[in-house]
Each structure stands twice: as C-alpha cells, then as structure tokens.
Design a protein around this ligand. Sequence first.
Ligand code: ADP
Ligand code: MG
Length: 375
Amino acid sequence: MRIMPGAMLGVLGGGQLGRMFVHAAQQMGYRVTVLDPAIDSPAGQVADDFVCAEFADHTALEKLGNQCAAITTEFENIPAESLQKLAESCIVKPDVYSVAIAQNRVLEKQFLLDHGFSVGPFSVIVQQQDLIALDVAQFLPGILKISQFGYDGKGQIPVANTDELIVAYDQLNQAVCVLEKFMPIKKELSVVVARGSDGELQTFPVSENQHVNGILDISIVPARVTMELAQKTQDIACQVVRKLNYQGVLCVEFFVLQDDTLLINEIAPRPHNSGHYSINACVTSQFEQQVRTLCALPLGATTQHSVAVMVNLLGDLWHNGKPDWHRVLQHPSAKLHLYGKNAARIGRKMGHYTVLSTNIDNALREAIRIKKQLE
Ligand code: ADP
Ligand code: MG
C-alpha cells in the first residue's frame, strides 16, 4: 500500500541511523515517531513524537502501531517478537524473517551457505566441548564472535590458539559464538541495496571501507577496484535481497582476498555506516530510499554526482573537550554531520564528515588532512 506524505511513520531505535531516517522522511513531508528506551536519543531528539520504552514493551508497541501507517527499524537487535506483534496490525519493513536472520550470526551464515553464497571458514560454538573438538584448530588464528547483539567490533575477541579461545569463550559468558578463521583481507567493500514492494531493485555505488579496531574509520566511494569486481559485489547484493524476498534497505559487507575472491562478511537489514556518503554524494540517499521502500513509492536514482570520502568521528576525538569543528567547516566541500550525542566515549560514533570532490585521490588526501587536524 502506497503511503503518501503527511502520514506518520515509525522507527524502532533512536540511534544515528534513525535520526538520519527522520531527517529524510521529514524532508519529504512525513512525520515520524521514534521508539527507544533512552530518554535522550539522536533520533528521539528530532522526531515528531517519541515513545520512551523498551523494545519488548507491548503497550508501547501498541501505541506505535496505532499511530503509524508503517514502521521500520534502524538496528537489527530489535526482538523478533516485537516486529511480529507490530506486523499483525501494521506495515513493517524489513520483515521479521530477514531481521531474525541478520541479527544472529549463526542463522546468517547458514542462510548464506544454504543459498550458495561464499563465506569464510567458521565453526559454531554452542558449548565448552566444541572448543576442544578436533577440527577447531583449522579455524585458528581466528576471531571469536558472539552470535547476537554484537556491533562495532564489540563481542569479538581475536584468538591465536586453543588456550586463548577458551579464555575468550569465558569472556563472552559462554554464549553461542561463531569462530571465524582470520582472513588475509586485501580490501573490504560494501554495497547498500534497496528493494521495493514490487521487487524493484536499486544498488548504490560500492564503498571501500577501512576499519580501525573493528570499527569503520573511512569509506571511499567509488571503491578503487575494477568495474568487474564492483559489478560482482552489486550482483551478489541483489541476489541476497531477492533470496530473502526483502523489502527495504540492506547492506552486504564483503571481504576481498588477495586473488580477488569475494566473501560475504555479514549483512545488515538497514542503512549502513558505509552508505552515509550517499546523503551528500548521490541523487537519492540511503535514508530517502528507506522511506521510499517503506512507503511503497518508486525508488530514487542512486547516481553518484561527486566522488566521496566519509570519515567517522568517534568519541576518542573528544579527549581534550569538543573537537575544533572549524577544521571541517572551513573546507568548502566537507559536509559535517553530528548525531546529538552528549556523552563522548571511546569508540562511540558521534558523527561523520564527507569530503566531496571530482577526484578520488584529492578527496582522500583532504579527508585525511582534516582528520589529522582534528586529532
Ligand atoms: P560488526 O558487526 O562489529 O561490524 P564484523 O564481523 O563486520 O562486526 O567485524 C568488524 C571488522 O573486523 C570487519 O569489518 C573486519 O575489518 C574485521 N574482521 C571481522 N571478521 C574478520 C575475519 N574473519 N578475518 C579478518 N578480519 C575480520
Ligand atoms: Mg561489520
């Protein structure tokens, strides 16, 4: 059902992704209600209405369902039952099936393997004995990842040998985990793709992502890879959303190995940090596309009009108080985005900036120059 401007939309989650969704929706004339447990959240601050409640609070979900024409989510750790409940009386995109898969590393890897996608070698750890099974050694050195509720490198511990693995498993409270072999990655890429209610597909240009301590640091777009490799990642992203019968915006993260083999690292059932460049560099942003898919509107063009380098601003930069924003603002083609978070903590995403240019080397040079000045 097509939902036209003026209607109230809902978002589960009050983080920066929700905030940027609210901005996109309001620009198009929609109103937005945000539900989040935190009283002061980035999305709650800018929403038309705010419900402060836990994601499993039935009364709050009912209120949201009653006042919204359609509801989306901005992070994958919403309890599947909450989405299920909302879906009984309201349009909910993405659907509970896709979110349930993407929020659980075990189900996610199983889904990818079942549908013929390539992933790196891994082993599922459900109990202590699994750690000393004969075949575990082949996944070492590796990274032990908690199967649910991890983000930005949290819930992940690198392990070199079995002894470290046993300690790491205890540190993760013996929760269900995935042990991934540490991959020799040449590059990391990601593709944001949108699929509309009639199956219409639009991929965004491919991002080349650099991480520091498991957290995205810089995205370079378009990625500095061959057209052929870029096309391959976009094709795979399209296949993933088709196989999920997905409606909404989704991101596929890839590892590129030395010989250009592509592995899927993970999928995110929502707009993605590596797609923030689209706000300033594309005809349609990933957040507008989320509004369009939610409201069953035609999708927007994802054409990129400027090359872009996006740099994340983590709480680490606040070590001497607020960074000097003039460093970013004085650059005529740098776009500053701050998320309205009051407490700056190490590793916390506080904002980002995107440097636009006609030349990727220039954009990268300028983006890094600004970053150095902020540090
Ligand atoms: P998150 O959910 O926090 O994004 P990821 O699984 O994507 O977690 O891991 C974050 C980053 O850690 C990846 O983007 C990559 O840089 C690094 N990483 C994760 N798994 C592996 C692996 N198996 N081999 C090498 N690097 C990895
Ligand atoms: Mg990731």
